[in-house]
Design a protein around this ligand. Structure first.
Ligand SMILES: Cc1cc2nc3c(=O)[nH]c(=O)nc-3n(C[C@H](O)[C@H](O)[C@H](O)COP(=O)(O)OP(=O)(O)OC[C@H]3O[C@@H](n4cnc5c(N)ncnc54)[C@H](O)[C@@H]3O)c2cc1C
Length: 339
């Protein structure tokens, strides 16, 4: 089967890889639009999120698939993409500590949550008076290495097309391919083959930091924002959420807000190496979009990965690949026609 994948963000890469492993003849096109969500994301998989410390949707199903896919990719390409990690959760007030203890006592959370007597290697870098919770079963997927490795591979195989695929040309291209799958990230909102989807796009901003006063801790840290070690003295810090925005790059107001939050718990001096912004492909019901266009049966979508592309992409790419190549049914929860 000959398939064109449009978009080489995390969705397009994982889908193209999954299709090739099942024997499809795949081409991948990307226009390299600036401020790509996959390029600025930290790629963190966090099993327990939010103020109420709730387990991520179907984490137990998705996590093993994600680990297996990314570890297979890194073995194939001879690079390091998957980083197992814990997240130290900073607890500031009695309410947060009580909620944490209550959640820890829940049998469903005993393998995921714990407590630490102190912040270990982070201790000298933090504001005083914080208690430390521990989230196990987290990971960081190095999107930068993954995207660059796939691009190198695709170019060397002659399967990469450096171009924008205009949806208006897709009908004629569909004669050349058995099907086309659009993985356009937030630009999917403009795709005429998929009108009226319940998008709720959110812009996110982040910082790339160099911390002073090592040694540099290797565990991730979470308070009102997350700090992730990238190696050496470099850290990713983010992210903000905005449902109204003027453009998709970094803005003065949000960058100031991020630094204010950072200084609330981090006492070490730092230098800002890069300021980043991008629009996430977020959806009102927080479920991805998979499936065929209502108007053209050989044009498909794989999108809506929202804030959790690292965890969701491998499982749902395999699901869509099986649907395309073996005709298996789509899960109603993610079927683009659910709405
Ligand atoms: C600040 C921030 C932090 C984040 N942190 C995390 C995190 O820690 N963990 C996590 O799991 N997720 C995180 N996310 C979310 C994550 O970035 C997304 O879930 C994911 O990257 C979306 O990937 P995508 O491939 O769908 O879209 P994108 O990354 O936007 O990629 C779409 C690609 O399609 C190309 N394209 C679009 N239209 C066309 C066309 N017509 N023709 C050719 N090419 C086209 C674009 O050039 C682009 O390369 C974060 C997002 C932000 C903004």
């Amino acid at each position: 089967m000959r398939i064109l994948v449009v978009g080489q963000g995390i969705a397009g890469v994982v889908l193209a890889w999954s299709l090739r492993r099942r024997g499809a003849d795949v081409r991948v096109a990307d226009a390299d639009f600036p401020h790509r969500s996959s390029s600025i994301a930290a790629g963190i998989i966090n099993p327990v999120t939010g103020k109420r410390y709730v387990k991520t949707w179907r984490y137990d199903d998705f996590f093993p698939v994600a680990r297996s896919v990314y570890q297979t990719m890194q073995a194939e390409w001879g690079v390091h993409i998957w980083h197992d990690s814990t997240i130290l959760r900073l607890l500031e007030n009695p309410q947060e500590r009580n909620d944490w203890s209550a959640r820890m006592a829940d049998p469903e959370y005993t393998t995921l949550l714990g407590e630490r007597p102190d912040a270990g290697a982070w201790a000298g870098h933090l504001a005083p008076g914080l208690s430390i919770g521990e989230i196990r079963g987290a990971a960081r997927v190095d999107f930068g290495v993954l995207l660059a490795s796939f691009r190198k591979f695709a170019v060397s195989e002659g399967i990469f097309l450096s171009e924008k695929v205009h949806p208006e040309d897709a009908a004629s291209l569909a004669g050349e391919y058995d099907c086309i799958v659009f993985c356009e990230g937030y630009r999917g909102v403009e795709n005429p083959f998929f009108p009226g989807l319940p998008w709720q796009l959110s812009k996110g901003e982040a910082l790339l930091l160099r911390l002073s006063n090592g040694p540099y801790p290797a565990e991730m840290l979470k308070k009102t924002m997350l700090l992730a070690p990238l190696g050496g003295d470099l850290y990713w810090a983010g992210a903000s959420y905005n449902w109204t925005y003027e453009d998709n790059g970094p803005s003065e107001a949000e960058q100031g807000f991020l630094e204010e939050r950072l200084r609330h718990f981090l006492r070490s001096p730092y230098e800002v190496v890069q300021r980043m912004g991008a629009v996430r492909p977020t959806v009102r019901d927080r479920r991805p979009f998979l499936g065929a266009s209502p108007t053209q049966s050989n044009i498909f979508i794989f999108n809506g990965l929202g804030t959790k592309g690292a965890l969701l992409a491998p499982y749902w790419a395999a699901h869509l690949a099986d649907h395309l190549l073996a005709g298996t049914a789509l899960d109603r929860a993610v079927d683009v026609r659910r709405v």
